[in-house]
Ligand binder design. Structure first.
Ligand SMILES: Nc1ncnc2c1ncn2[C@@H]1O[C@H](COP(=O)(O)OP(=O)(O)OP(=O)(O)O)[C@@H](O)[C@H]1O
Ligand SMILES: [Mg+2]
Length: 603
């Protein structure tokens, strides 16, 4: 048994108001801080508790009226613990059963902690929580099934890891909130590392799709400058091509950055529906009339509505907007206005007319879907196409169609109940989530649908946002696990705490968070709200790659190769040494993953 430090004994308290503990004589009150985890050993139960407050007391008021001389340490010492003492307020959070179930077979299994429904008897001892106590509540990385519990950091003031239960995490849509620079993207990448690790260890059935607006997930990402302004590894570097594929909207930018990608995203106009542009009202400055007009064009020309609109608008082949207006019974001015707005889409290089030569031979959504079905995680980087217009449009189009495919896959599975057909849980990661999920857009975009229907169709979201107050209330209340970094705006704080019990206690915790790498985690994936100092991403990369190299020969090989490269390049020390641009053959990669077969998707 690990040595545990006795802090005091319980003297009074109630279920609703919490417990009071008299501090042990050999404990200094200044060592005890609010927010610390302690364990009260009852007769049958172990009460996992949080220190909420501290108070100085005296047995007789007389001592307080004649305080000892400040310089007289001896008198102070004599009084302390007899006439004067300290009381610590505890809030029991969860209970676990006490008897050490000595199973003796080594594999630890976690028992669900229970809510607190009673209090410990008088004079129950209170101990500082140990690593084993924290693991009993939050799980630990060594527990079976391996990979399910993933360490995301440590509680303040302690070195013991706090884990997230990934199995519960992917059961709902989740959110990471916090103002700029608080480490949201780093944390999201950390969580993705945890998910992919879980899969790689053979226990997780989940696959992720990341809409990577700023190119921070797949290949290298930059660390901000305090200390060396270094690079950190992206997920593809960490897990290799067997686990992670990168698609790009901007092949040129990806090539310049030396990113090996699996495919280029090119979207023909006929894949854009009116519903896809409706959420772009702000970006395209579309009016309600414009949308109605678009529906009229669609009613006549169906999938080719955008092609036709642009052709008529451009006056190609002797056509004019007026003719189209007559054909579909629309107002000519409104149609011309719609054309001018939609013309902006032609400046996006990844959109092409449906009859263009640049139209890809393989449908990009089907391709991405095939990777996902193989269990390969997909990161879509935007390169220089990082305008909000491009991001919203592409994320909407792809997510809508992938969601449709998941719905039909799920229905097929439910009809046959064939376990081989059960879809893998898909987690879609979106940044700037309020753009997709504000009260207006949430009704229009597929993201609103996904967030509301929860995991019914095996798809959930991981949303990342600076302004949670911009997100629709109903969606926020459906979020399973919230991870909240520092927020300054009162409206944002209020928004993340909607639907949470005891919001005032958490509000003060939120207010005291550091400006970086500190978060409050609450909800489905943790048994109780907890403040965490987020694990360092570099350390996590190292730990995970060495762990995986023990299990997987290809990871071990890659680590060795990297080590070799580093040694070779450290001699030719001009810059980073990686000047040569690699060439990637997309077709070859396709054959590597899927073999020679060119047939259509199975579904
Ligand atoms: N877990 C971590 N490990 C290492 N560094 C971190 C971690 N979290 C944050 N940082 C540091 O903080 C910086 C900002 O983090 P990040 O880019 O994730 O912020 P953000 O919240 O996504 O900001 P924005 O909203 O502007 O995108 C990083 O560049 C990195 O230097
Ligand atoms: Mg970010």
């Amino acid at each position: 048994m690990m040595e545990r430090r006795l802090l005091g004994v319980v003297t009074r308290g109630s279920l609703t108001e919490g417990l009071e503990m008299k501090l042990a004589d050999d404990c200094f009150i200044e060592d005890i801080k609010a927010g610390k985890f302690v364990v009260v050993e009852g007769d049958k139960l172990r009460f996992f508790s949080l220190i909420t407050d501290l108070r100085l007391d005296a047995t007789t008021p007389a001592v307080l009226q004649n305080p000892p001389d400040v310089s007289d340490d001896l008198v102070r010492e004599v009084l302390s613990g007899t006439a004067t003492y300290a009381t610590v307020m505890l809030k029991p959070m969860l209970t676990t059963e006490r008897e050490e179930t000595a199973k003796g077979n080594g594999t630890q299994e976690r028992r669900e902690p229970q809510p607190v429904k009673t209090v410990p008897p008088h004079f129950s001892p209170v101990y500082e929580a140990t690593e084993a106590d924290v693991a009993r509540i939050f799980g630990s990385e060594d527990m079976e099934p391996r990979g399910r519990y993933f360490c995301i950091g440590t509680p303040l003031d302690m070195d013991t890891p706090v884990c997230l239960d990934l199995h519960r995490f992917i059961e709902r849509s989740n959110g990471i909130f916090g103002k700029t620079g608080t480490g949201k993207t780093f944390l999201a990448r950390l969580l993705l590392t945890g998910l992919i690790r879980w899969v790689t260890l053979g226990n997780g059935r989940v696959v992720t799709l990341v809409f990577d607006m700023h190119n921070e997930y797949g290949w290298k990402a930059l660390r901000e400058a305090t200390g060396p302004r270094g690079e950190v590894k992206g997920l593809r570097q960490l897990f290799g091509p067997e686990q992670v594929a990168i698609f790009t909207l901007d092949p040129e930018s990806s090539r310049t950055r030396g990113v090996p990608f699996d495919g280029t995203v090119v979207i023909p106009f006929d894949q854009i529906t009116v519903d896809d542009i409706a959420p772009l009202q702000d970006e395209l400055r579309l009016t309600q009339v414009a949308l109605e007009t678009a529906h009229l064009v669609y009613a006549k020309h169906r999938d080719r509505w955008l092609d036709e609109l642009l052709k008529y608008g451009d006056g190609r082949d002797g056509r004019a907007i007026k003719d189209l207006a007559d054909q579909i019974g629309a107002n000519k001015e409104a149609l011309a206005a719609l054309y001018r707005r939609m013309k902006r889409l032609t400046s996006l290089p990844f959109l092409v007319p449906s009859d263009s030569d640049e139209k890809p031979s393989r449908d990009i959504v089907q391709t991405i879907m095939r990777y996902l079905q193989r269990g390969i995680h997909v990161i879509l980087e935007f390169g220089r196409q990082s305008s909000m217009l491009a991001y919203l449009l592409v994320a909407n189009i792809l997510a809508r169609r992938i969601h449709e495919m998941y719905v039909s896959m799920t229905e097929e599975f439910l009809a046959t109940m064939d376990p081989a057909k059960e879809p893998r849980q898909l987690v879609i990661v979106v940044e700037e989530a309020h753009k997709f999920l504000n009260p207006y857009a949430a009704k229009q975009t597929v993201f609103g649908t996904i967030a509301r229907e929860m995991r019914k169709y095996y798809v959930t979201l991981l949303i990342i946002d600076q302004r949670p107050s911009g997100i629709d209330d109903e969606i926020l209340s459906q979020i399973g696990t919230k991870i909240v970094a520092q927020l300054n705006d009162e409206k944002d704080i209020q928004a993340v705490l909607t639907g949470v019990s005891n919001p005032s206690g958490l509000r003060s915790i939120l207010a005291s968070l550091d400006s970086k790498q500190q978060v409050l985690v609450l909800g489905h994936a943790v048994p109780m709200p907890v403040v965490v100092k987020v694990r360092d991403y570099d350390e996590c990369c190292l730990t995970v790659s060495y762990e995986l190299s023990r299990y997987l020969p290809e990871v071990a090989d890659r680590l060795q190769e990297e080590e070799f490269e580093r040694l070779v390049h450290s001699d030719t020390s001009d810059g980073d040494g990686y000047n040569e641009l690699p060439t990637w053959d997309i077709e070859e990669r396709w054959r590597e993953v899927f073999g020679e077969d060119e047939d259509e998707m199975e579904t």
